[in-house]
Write a protein that binds this ligand. Sequence first.
Ligand code: HEC
Length: 112
Amino acid sequence: MNTSTVIAATCLLFSFSPFTATFAADPVNGRALSRQCTVCHGKTGVANDPEVPNLAGQSAFYLEKSMKDYRSGVREDRRMTLMAANLTDDQIKDIAAWYASFKIEVTVPEQE
Ligand code: HEC
């Protein structure tokens, strides 16, 4: 019997998240803005380069926090510091909403 556990992580729309409740994010604008991210993070939000993290299905809260941390210098990376520098709070919210809306599926490997 195949006991591998398949977890379908269905990401609820960001707009219902308590973390982004103040202003509704606009994932359509986020999609447009994300074109500049795909060169590294991939069109599907899954990166090919092992140094680059996947963004697909990540929580909007975490995506937003990471981008703001790069922008403020709390978190440093030569590529991301540059990318985040010109993004406004609203743009960050929109991009976070876009990547958070991706549906991902996780298969946990069987354990002996
Ligand atoms: C030139 C390549 C490049 C581009 C373009 C790029 N990124 Fe990144 N991104 C990276 C790398 C490399 C990291 C990992 C950096 C580190 O180690 O902190 C990263 C990390 C991140 C993280 C943190 C993820 C985590 O799991 O901690 C977020 C969020 C992120 N990028 C969002 C974006 C967004 C949104 C854009 C487009 C506006 C973008 N990136 C454009 C290379 C890139």
